[in-house]
Design a binder for this molecule. Structure first.
Ligand code: NAD
Ligand code: MG
Length: 380
């Protein structure tokens, strides 16, 4: 039996890698649904490659153009279309690779309609991790990590009792500014920040990797995926991005997962879990890597980690506020309306200003998200 998979965000970096895995494992994986945003041309090509898949376009205009390119094939579109696609009875698993939080409601719909979820979009777990995990517990759906660090931890934890875990250690490349000074950081341009040393990714996560908010978001993501308190989650800089993360156990044993810097592997493991197959990820030759370095993150220059620790520890609406303010600040930085350090300042200000709710409903989280975005740009 093939695993029937819906890919939300198929035209993006993770989406394209997912299709690469599906092509290589076509006897194990069937793509039954795909969605895309603004890149209608690429979505059309993918739709032609997978003629049986249901398609969801970003908006009505995109849907109309796809319909004419696909001789009247039915096309969904927009936020409602994503929810319809995520709840299709044709699928076993929905992979969410939409940047930001637009994938939250589709993710909940997928679980509510008895599917497994593979989560690349860490933002939805940061915003509403408690709701996503509670929904999965209620429906019996699995929430499988796609992020390479969380896939590594997931693999290291297999068969282990959580009470034997001392801490999770997320590795972090350090991004393009690992060696930068405070004055270098003040004048960083979007072009410089988009140049990641080890991974090729979408624009938003590339900026997050430069500010270290990516790692901050991943700390909170780990807190929910593995049901572990924030104080047991640490970060170490590892510039080669070969050790994807580690688990330290109470007896002093440290387990690590290593592989080439290719998202195909964590994506594949989420799609075929618990089985392993030969796939498109190139084997790792440690002798050609030569050495593996580890160092402390510079928390003073990169306040994202401390802000994320504060938000993850306080819980409630604070992670949603951190995430939304960061999304808005990254957009402002990419449009040259905000300096690079302005991203941290905007997030810190939103965390101080937006009213805190300790046990929020989904609607209160959505309201906190909206309120946080509206603070970004104030006082600049
Ligand atoms: P990307 O920008 O390359 O692709 C995003 C996809 O989402 C595209 O298909 C786009 O059309 C679609 N999209 C964007 N906004 C949308 C909206 N409002 N409604 C519907 N569709 C929309 O991004 P990416 O790098 O593939 O990242 C996707 C997610 O995966 C992010 O949450 C990111 O943090 C996470 N992630 C990415 C990587 C990576 O290597 N790229 C690694 C780990 C986690
Ligand atoms: Mg990651």
């Amino acid at each position: 039996m093939k695993k029937r998979v819906v890919v939300l965000g198929a035209t993006g970096s993770i989406g394209e890698s997912t299709l690469r895995v599906a092509r290589a494992l076509s006897d194990k994986i069937e793509i039954v649904g795909i969605s895309g945003g603004q890149n209608v041309r690429r979505l059309l090509e993918i739709a032609r490659e997978f003629p049986e898949a249901q398609i969801c376009a970003g908006d009505e205009l995109g849907a109309a153009s796809l319909r004419s390119g696909l001789h009247g094939r039915d096309i969904l579109y927009g936020a409602d279309g994503l929810e319809t696609l995520a709840s299709t009875p044709e699928a076993d698993l929905v992979l969410i690779a939409i940047v930001g939080t637009a994938g939250l409601k589709p993710a909940l719909r997928a679980l509510e309609t008895n599917k497994d979820l593979a989560v690349a979009s860490k933002e939805i777990l940061v915003m509403a991790g408690e709701q996503v995990i509670a929904t999965a517990e209620r429906t019996g759906g699995r929430v499988l990590p796609v992020d390479s660090e969380h896939s590594a931890i997931f693999q290291c934890l297999e068969g282990k009792d959580l009470s034997t875990v001392k801490r999770l250690i997320l590795t972090c490349s350090g991004g393009p500014f690992r060696k930068a000074s405070a004055s270098d950081l003040a004048s960083v341009t979007p072009e410089q920040a988009l140049r990641h040393p080890t991974w090729s990714m979408g624009r938003k996560i590339s900026i997050d990797s430069a500010s270290l908010f990516n790692k901050g978001l991943e700390m909170i993501e780990a807190r929910w995926l593995f049901n572990i308190p924030m104080e047991k989650i640490d970060v170490v800089i590892h510039p080669q991005s070969i050790v994807h993360s580690m688990v330290e156990f109470v007896d002093g044993s440290l387990m690590a997962q290593m592989s080439s810097t290719d998202m195909a592997l964590p994506i594949q493991y989420a799609l075929t879990y618990p089985d392993r197959y030969a796939g498109p990820c190139a084997p790792l030759d440690l002798t050609s890597v030569g050495r593996l370095d580890f160092e402390e993150p510079r928390q003073d220059l990169f306040p994202a980690l401390e802000l994320a620790r504060r938000a993850g520890t306080a819980g409630g609406t604070l992670p949603a506020v951190l995430n939304a303010a960061n999304e808005a600040a990254v957009e402002a930085f990419l449009a040259s309306r905000l300096s690079f350090p302005g991203i941290w300042e905007s997030v810190a200000r939103a965390m101080d200003e937006v009213p805190f709710v300790e046990h929020p409903s989904l609607d209160q989280l959505i309201e906190a998200d909206r309120a946080a975005r509206s603070t970004v740009g104030d006082g600049e």
